[in-house]
Design a protein around this ligand. Structure first.
Ligand code: FAD
Ligand code: SF4
Length: 491
C-alpha cells in the first residue's frame, strides 16, 4: 500500500501527490507562529491554504493535525510516511532527524522547473562567481523547450530586457490596466480570522494589518488568478516592470508568487499558459519573454542557488554590516520616516504584506544596504513581513542580491542607488519633502546622501571591483564629502 504523504504547508498542489486518492498528513504547528512574528496576512494565508486543502481532501484522505509542534505528531505516528524534500535547510535537517526514528521515505523536491541534479550538471565546471542567471535561463529555455523553435529562440532573440526597463508613463499615477484577480473569503477564512484573534489574545504576536485575503489559497483560486493575469495583465507585463507608481501598487505584476510558493501552481504550467498567449497573438513577445524569464529564470535560479551555496550562506556578511533595524522599520510604520518612497512602500507592506520587485530591491533593500543593516536580521524581517517569503527565496535575494553580503557571488555589483534613480523610475519624489538631487543640507535626499556615504564606507573594497571603479572615481570628485560625512545620511 502506498505510504501516507506528509505534506508541508508549502506543498499544497496536486503535483505533490502521486494520485488523486493519495492519503495525506498535514500538521498545523502553532509553534511556527509563536517563534516568529509574521505578518498577520501571511499567517492567515498559510492557515487558510492548509485548511482549504484539508477540506478538499476530506477526513478519510487527509489526517489534519493542529498541534503545538511537528514532533509531537510525528513521534510514534502509526503509519509509514513519505515526504517530498522541504524548502528550507532547517526543515531538511528536521526531516533527516525524523527519519532516524520514524518510518519515513524521503523524495526529491517538486514544484520547480530545474531539478537540483539539472542545476548541478549546468553549474559543473563553472566558476562559483560566474553562475550567470542569463546563461542558466537560456539553458532552461532549451531544456524545457519554452519559446523555442528548431533549437533557437522563437523570434531569434533571447532577451527583451532592453524593452522592459521603461520609466513610468508621465503625468499618470496608475498604469490603467485591469485590477489583479481578488479572491472571495469563505467560512474557512472566517474561522482562521477568529483563531488568529484568539491566538493574539493568548500572546502570539503579528506585524502588519489584518485585511481581506488578497492571494489565492486553493488550487482553484490559483488557476483563476493565473487565467485572469494571462488574459488581462500579461500583455502589459514587462514594459514598466522596473517602474514604481504611487497610485498603483500592483501595476502589471502577476501576484503569483504567493500561490506558487504555497505549491498551488507548477511553474511549468504557468510558462505554458504565457507561451500560449504569445502563440495565439494575445500578448507580445517582450511581455511574455519578460515573464517567462522571471518564472523559469529568476525563480529557479534563486531556488537552486539556495541549495548550491549551502546552509552557511545565510550568515555571510562580507561588508561587515551590523546596524540594528530601527523600530519603525521593524513595525512597518510609515510615520518613522519622511522619505516619501519609503513611507509609501512600508505602507504597502503593512497593508498587504507585498510590494513588487523594484520597491523590495531598490527602496527597502537599497535603504538597508546604505545604512548597513545586519543582513541576517533583514532576511528575517523580509521573511516574516512578506506573504510570499520563505527561507529558500529570502536568503539568496536578501543576502546575495540585495545586500551584497556574499561579496558579489550572486550579483557582481551592489544594488545601491541614489535618489536620482528613484526619481527616474517613480513618481515618489515630486511630493517628497526631500530633493533627490541634493545630498547635503535640510533638503538632502536620504537615498542620495546614503548612497555616497555607503560608497565612501567601502571605498577600498569597491575600488578593486572594475564595475564599481567609475563610481569610486566620482566619489573622489565630490566637493562636499567632508560635509556629507559630518551630516550623515538622514531620513
Ligand atoms: P512578478 O513580477 O509577476 O514576477 C513573476 C514571478 O517571478 C514571481 O511571482 C516570482 O515567482 C518570480 N520571481 C521573479 N524574480 C524572482 C526572484 N528574484 N526570486 C524568486 N522569484 C522571482 N520572491 C518571492 O517569491 N518570495 C520572497 O520572499 C521574495 N523576497 C524578495 C526579497 C528581495 C529583497 C528581493 C529583491 C526580491 C524578492 N523576491 C521574492 C522576488 C520578487 O520580488 C517577487 O517574487 C515578486 O515581487 C513577487 O510579485 P509577483 O508575483 O507579482 O511577481
Ligand atoms: Fe525618496 Fe529621496 Fe525621492 Fe524623497 S526625494 S521620494 S527620499 S528618493
Amino acid at each position: 500500500m502506498r505510504r501516507r504523504r506528509w505534506l508541508f504547508g508549502d506543498q499544497l498542489g496536486p503535483h505533490f501527490l502521486d494520485s488523486s486518492a493519495h492519503r495525506v498528513l498535514l500538521i498545523e504547528s502553532r509553534r511556527v507562529f509563536q517563534r516568529r512574528r509574521f505578518h498577520r496576512q501571511k499567517a492567515h494565508l498559510i492557515l487558510s491554504a492548509m485548511r482549504h486543502r484539508a477540506a478538499e481532501l476530506g477526513e478519510t484522505q487527509c489526517d489534519y493535525r493542529p498541534a503545538d509542534t511537528y514532533r509531537e505528531v510525528l513521534q510514534g505516528y502509526d503509519e509509514p510516511l513519505d515526504v517530498v524534500q522541504p524548502t528550507s535547510w532547517a526543515a531538511l535537517h528536521f526531516v533527516d532527524e525524523t527519519a532516524e526514528t520514524v518510518d519515513l521515505d524521503r523524495l526529491p523536491a517538486r514544484g520547480y522547473a530545474t531539478s537540483r541534479a539539472d542545476f548541478a550538471r549546468w553549474a559543473e565546471g563553472r566558476d562559483r562567481r560566474r553562475l550567470l542567471m542569463e546563461d542558466f535561463y537560456r539553458n532552461a529555455r532549451e531544456r524545457l523547450d519554452v519559446l523555442m523553435a528548431n533549437g533557437k529562440p522563437v523570434t531569434g532573440q533571447w532577451n527583451y530586457d532592453a524593452d522592459n526597463r521603461e520609466p513610468p508613463p508621465k503625468r499618470r499615477d496608475t498604469l490603467g490596466v485591469p485590477d489583479p484577480w481578488w479572491p472571495d473569503e469563505d467560512e474557512i477564512d472566517a474561522q482562521v480570522r477568529a483563531d488568529l484573534d484568539a491566538w493574539t489574545t493568548d500572546g502570539v504576536e503579528f506585524v502588519g494589518e489584518d485585511g481581506p485575503r488578497r492571494f489565492a489559497a486553493t488550487r482553484e483560486e490559483a488557476l483563476a488568478a493565473l487565467a485572469w493575469f494571462v488574459e488581462h495583465r500579461l500583455p502589459t507585463f514587462g514594459r514598466y516592470e522596473d517602474a514604481m507608481l504611487s497610485g498603483d501598487r500592483w501595476m502589471s505584476h502577476s501576484l503569483l508568487s504567493a500561490p506558487l510558493n504555497l505549491g498551488l501552481l507548477d511553474p511549468i504550467e504557468i510558462v505554458r499558459a504565457a507561451e500560449d498567449a504569445y502563440t495565439e497573438g494575445h500578448a507580445p513577445i517582450a511581455a511574455v519573454e519578460g515573464f517567462v524569464r522571471q518564472i523559469i529564470g529568476w525563480r529557479d535560479y534563486i531556488w537552486n542557488l539556495y541549495w548550491y551555496f549551502g546552509d552557511e550562506y545565510r550568515s555571510r556578511n562580507e561588508l561587515g554590516a551590523r546596524t540594528e533595524l530601527p523600530r519603525w522599520f521593524v513595525e512597518l510604520d510609515p510615520e518613522g520616516t519622511q522619505a516619501n518612497c519609503l513611507r509609501s512602500i512600508l505602507r504597502s507592506v503593512r497593508e498587504h504584506g507585498w510590494a513588487h520587485h523594484i520597491p523590495r530591491l531598490m527602496v527597502l533593500g537599497n535603504y538597508a544596504l546604505q545604512r548597513g543593516f545586519d543582513p541576517a536580521a533583514l532576511t528575517d524581517w523580509f521573511h516574516r513581513s512578506f506573504v510570499d517569503g520563505y527561507d529558500w527565496v529570502m536568503v539568496p535575494n536578501v543576502v546575495g542580491m540585495s545586500q551584497h553580503a556574499d561579496g558579489g557571488e550572486l550579483a557582481t555589483k551592489p544594488y545601491a542607488a541614489g535618489g536620482n534613480y528613484i526619481n527616474k523610475m517613480s513618481d515618489y519624489c515630486g511630493p517628497c519633502v526631500y530633493d533627490p538631487k541634493v545630498r547635503v543640507g535640510p533638503d538632502a535626499c536620504p537615498f542620495t546622501a546614503g548612497y555616497w556615504l555607503f560608497l565612501n564606507r567601502h571605498r577600498e573594497k569597491f575600488a578593486q571591483n572594475h564595475r564599481m571603479f567609475p563610481v569610486i572615481r566620482g566619489l573622489d570628485r565630490l566637493p562636499d564629502l567632508d560635509e556629507l560625512v559630518a551630516q550623515g545620511p538622514g531620513g
